[in-house]
Design a protein around this ligand. Structure first.
Ligand code: SF4
Length: 298
């Protein structure tokens, strides 16, 4: 059986950078915390905890310690308070997320009503909204929420992990109800590339295994994309895999992983699948040895 992984699976640039920053901090000073989990992956958060970096939920818990701002960023006023309360602030916000925050403020300052396409409860969007002055941004999760609105000048930005097709529908609707529409495509390339590669693999597979935090927005999106094509299981670790999932699979099994899924978990899952399908001799030691799905071979 072919067990293949989608191109670009696993850590993206921003997550790799944040983890590296946190690991370096752990080596230098054990009195360091992250405000909220550094990424949406419980296993990685636990690993950092084992190295002495714990995640705290409130500014009060930070008092006097070094604090790392996670890859999703934090609200502007919280960042200001952190600078007052902590011994040192280490900013691991992904540079692409910071850029989106700047775009939000810039659109507002140029007179646009700012629309954020995203999940209003996601930490990245909560932070992004705070960078648009006077709490003036409108967050929408899809174009149907724009019924009954009319805009003169409207500017739209997106949560970095959203699907491009979703943003396109929002823009189409805005064009119907606005005099002027400015679009800044802030969807991260790492996200769209991963989603496209995942969709291609799902179309060529009889079953998809999606690996990543159940609280990870980009992983949940990958699972949704796979589900549109084929039966899919979303798991966090190899312990969740059941042997009977593979009973009817004859030829092609696909794996993909969210941007916050560590390599070691992907390797464990791959090896567990091989064990269950009786292909133990093909088990691997490192992530780079997993066969990548190449569309032209399909
Ligand atoms: S998905 Fe993109 S924007 Fe989000 S952390 Fe990764 S590189 Fe940064």
């Amino acid at each position: 059986m072919n067990v293949r992984i989608a191109k670009n699976s696993g850590f993206c640039f921003g997550v790799k950078r944040a983890i590296k920053i946190a690991m370096n901090a752990a080596e230098n000073d054990k009195n360091t915390v992250t405000l909220g989990p550094i990424i949406h992956n419980p296993q990685m958060v636990q690993k950092l905890k084992n190295q002495g970096i714990i995640s705290v939920d409130s500014l009060e818990e930070v008092k006097g310690r070094r604090v790392i701002i996670r890859s999703h960023g934090i609200e502007e006023d919280k960042k200001r308070k952190l600078l007052e309360k902590s011994a040192e602030v280490i900013d691991a916000t992904c540079p692409y997320v910071s850029k989106t925050q700047q775009h939000g403020a810039q659109l507002y300052n140029e007179g646009y009503k700012v629309i954020i396409f995203g999940d209003e409860n996601h930490p990245e969007v909560v932070a992004l909204k705070s960078y648009v002055p006077n709490n003036q941004a409108l967050v929408i999760s899809n174009e149907t929420e724009l019924e009954n609105f009319h805009f003169n000048k409207v500017g739209v930005i997106s949560q970095t992990t959203r699907k491009l097709s979703g943003l396109q529908k929002v823009v189409e609707k805005l064009l119907e109800i606005s005099a002027e529409v400015r679009v800044i495509n802030t969807i991260c390339n790492a996200t769209s590339v991963r989603q496209e590669a995942t969709a291609k693999l799902a179309k060529a597979s009889e079953l998809m295994i999606v690996i990543g935090g159940k609280n990870s927005s980009n992983t949940k999106m990958l699972a949704r994309i796979c589900n549109e094509h084929i039966k899919t299981f979303h798991i966090e670790t190899s312990d969740e895999i059941r042997k009977e999932w593979f009973d009817d699979i004859k030829e092609n099994l696909g794996i993909t992983a969210g941007a916050s899924t560590p390599d070691w978990i992907i390797v464990e899952v791959y090896n567990k699948i091989l064990e269950y399908i009786g292909d133990e001799e093909k088990q691997i030691e490192k992530f780079d040895d997993i066969p990548i799905f190449k569309e032209d071979k399909c």
